[in-house]
Design a protein around this ligand. Sequence first.
Ligand SMILES: NC(=O)c1ccc[n+]([C@@H]2O[C@H](COP(=O)([O-])OP(=O)(O)OC[C@H]3O[C@@H](n4cnc5c(N)ncnc54)[C@H](OP(=O)(O)O)[C@@H]3O)[C@@H](O)[C@H]2O)c1
Length: 290
Amino acid sequence: MRIVMTGATAGFGLYAAERLADAGATLTIGARNPAALPPTLHGRVAALPLDLDSLANVRTFAAALGEGPIDVLILNAGLQLAKPATSADGFERTFAVNHLAHYLLLRLLAPRLTTGARVILTGSGTHDPAEKTPVTPPAHADAARLAHPETDPTAEKGVRQACFRAYSTSKLCNIMTAREAPRRLSGIDFLSFDPGYVPHTGLGRDNGRVIAALVSYILPLLMKRDRSSTIPRSGQFLADLAIDPRYAGARGDYRSVRGPALLNIEPSALARDDAACARLWDDSARLVGL
Ligand SMILES: NC(=O)c1ccc[n+]([C@@H]2O[C@H](COP(=O)([O-])OP(=O)(O)OC[C@H]3O[C@@H](n4cnc5c(N)ncnc54)[C@H](OP(=O)(O)O)[C@@H]3O)[C@@H](O)[C@H]2O)c1
């Protein structure tokens, strides 16, 4: 089984990659620095350069993968910024890295996915206002305004709120992409994954190591207990979603870690808006030049 994965070098994605290698999968990962892989992946995976900050880099990565068929595509990489920033292509960086680059990668690799192949996009419970997480929830999924927040009258003025909203909205876009994809690409299974809150990953690194560490210890104490997870638990679930036959046939299902379980639940009202999902797909295509 050939698996292509982003976000395999740190956090629970690294744990999942280790489990997939243990299971005998042929794993190719996209990594910003393939020469400095975590030691547990050395000699066990193939690594090609991929910086999701640049759409040209995504195209180079897709071409470097070669022509062989792909059975599973795991789109797990993600970032959460502390200060607003712009990608190499001039788009808001969180939206560009977490959503647009993965959208382009999916579109470029779709012709190489086998019949019955599985695609998993890592989303987040922060996409859903009903979850009342500490992260500012999305206001909309209008790709043009998300790419250029300076044109968005609904944009948050505060730096922290703007960065949080960019993050939760990018994860909403991952979930909406998984829902729209089966209507656009036949013969492929699609899932989105909410890992719960997973402390001690690198996600908060842009806030500085001290704040990131404090948040990792404090937040689980303030959250509903079933929303807090661990690197092994969410990493194992991500690996299971990739290869366990019980997840076959998914049509954009949203799988969420709740305590010890991985539940199939409804995402937010906006994520369930089929017209908005279709618009996001088409607008994203225009933004990435398809
Ligand atoms: N932790 C949580 O509580 C939580 C909750 C919900 C959803 N998530 C989502 O889960 C996924 C994994 O997050 P994590 O918590 O495990 O964080 P993490 O430890 O920071 O891992 C993030 C991964 O994404 C990669 N990445 C980041 N920016 C990239 C770029 N420009 N190009 C290529 N790769 C890039 C990182 O690569 P490097 O090693 O090169 O940095 C790393 O492998 C993300 O999509 C995140 O949004 C996390």
